[in-house]
Design a protein around this ligand. Structure first.
Ligand code: NAD
Length: 302
């Protein structure tokens, strides 16, 4: 029985939940928890009806923290969302309080599965989860720059009319304004990105990736489907024991922080990270992003 407990049934959480139900994911049981209990109950009912059209049987209910006891994955997407003009880092105080209250409840259970984190500021909340739960790093996975990488692949794919699956390029670093693209090691098929894109085009793509969330929030108030699918893909990699590479966020000892970096994910969580050999200019950009995450981590009280 593969069990997922979702905490935070807002736009992000429910996009994830719907992606799980509307696919052949190996989740057998899905439990919804929210501060707003009625919302969790309503969402559970709505999803149950959807599940009768689903290809696989999935048990869905609104639950409570005792459900974490035997869960394989606890996904947390609870907390405040960015308002127009806010950066992800602006959410830190409120969302740290939310995480302190949630994880202290989970700590009362014998939960021993994998934490999957979506709440912003993502790298900070992933680090906070590791500290508050006292879990080893490999069992705490933040969505990191998986969404940004999906956006990058979409934009390149649109520009070149090539399937996103053949675009092996990543966004790494903070899930935020300092994220960067190591273009030099990106590949389209087996060719270097430079064969297809010039500097102006690459700069425009990076700007568009970084601005995606701001643009969507300005237009519809939140972003949800992209992250819902990324969380679902990470969940699949865990239950399929797939050893899939994602630019997820996890604590990497060498960097002394949680950061979006290509890591291998399987049934146990994070198996390890892949080495990237970036030229100095790109490495400097990545190190700058690390500095921003680390200086924020040093300022928070957990
Ligand atoms: P939302 O406001 O729609 O939903 C948040 C939910 O959390 C609400 O239902 C609320 O009741 C619940 N909640 C708040 N405090 C809680 C608590 N203590 N216990 C249980 N539930 C609680 O927000 P959203 O649009 O779903 O965004 C959620 C988070 O995800 C935000 O921090 C947002 O910035 C982040 N996000 C991350 C990514 C990513 O790539 N990782 C992408 C989009 C959004």
């Amino acid at each position: 029985m593969n069990k997922v407990v979702l905490i935070g049934c807002g736009n992000v959480g429910m996009s994830y939940a719907f992606s799980l139900v509307n696919s052949e994911s190996k989740v057998d049981e899905l439990v919804l928890i929210d501060l707003n209990k009625e919302k969790a109950q309503g969402e559970a009912l709505d999803l149950m009806h959807a599940s009768s059209c689903s290809k696989r049987k999935i048990n869905i209910k609104a639950g409570d923290y005792s459900d974490c006891e035997d869960a394989d994955i606890v996904c947390i997407s609870a907390g405040r969302n960015q308002e127009i003009g806010e950066t992800r880092m602006d959410l830190i105080e409120k969302n740290l309080d939310v995480f302190k209250s949630i994880i202290s409840e989970i700590n009362k259970t014998n939960f021993n599965g994998i934490y999957l984190i979506a709440t912003n500021p993502l790298d900070i909340m992933t680090y906070a989860t590791m500290k508050l739960s006292n879990f080893p790093a490999y069992k705490v996975i933040g969505s990191g720059t998986t969404l940004d990488t999906a956006r990058l692949r979409f934009l390149i794919s649109e520009q070149l009319d090539i399937n996103p699956k053949n675009i092996h390029a990543y966004v790494i670093g903070e899930h935020g304004d300092s994220e960067m693209i190591p273009w030099s090691i990106g590949r389209i098929g087996l060719n270097s990105v430079d064969k297809y894109l010039n500097k102006t085009q690459k700069n425009k793509i990076l700007k568009d990736v970084r601005n995606s969330a701001y643009e969507i929030i300005n237009k519809k108030g939140n972003t949800a489907y992209g992250i819902g699918m990324c969380l679902k893909n990470i969940t699949d990699a865990i239950f399929d024991n797939a050893n899939t590479i994602f630019t997820a966020s996890t604590y990497i000892e060498k960097f002394k922080c949680c950061v979006g970096y290509p890591v291998i994910i399987n049934r146990n969580g994070v198996r390890g990270y892949t080495e990237l050999n970036m030229p100095k200019e790109e490495l400097d950009e990545f190190v700058n992003s690390l500095k921003i995450i680390k200086s924020t981590i040093n300022q928070i009280k957990i």
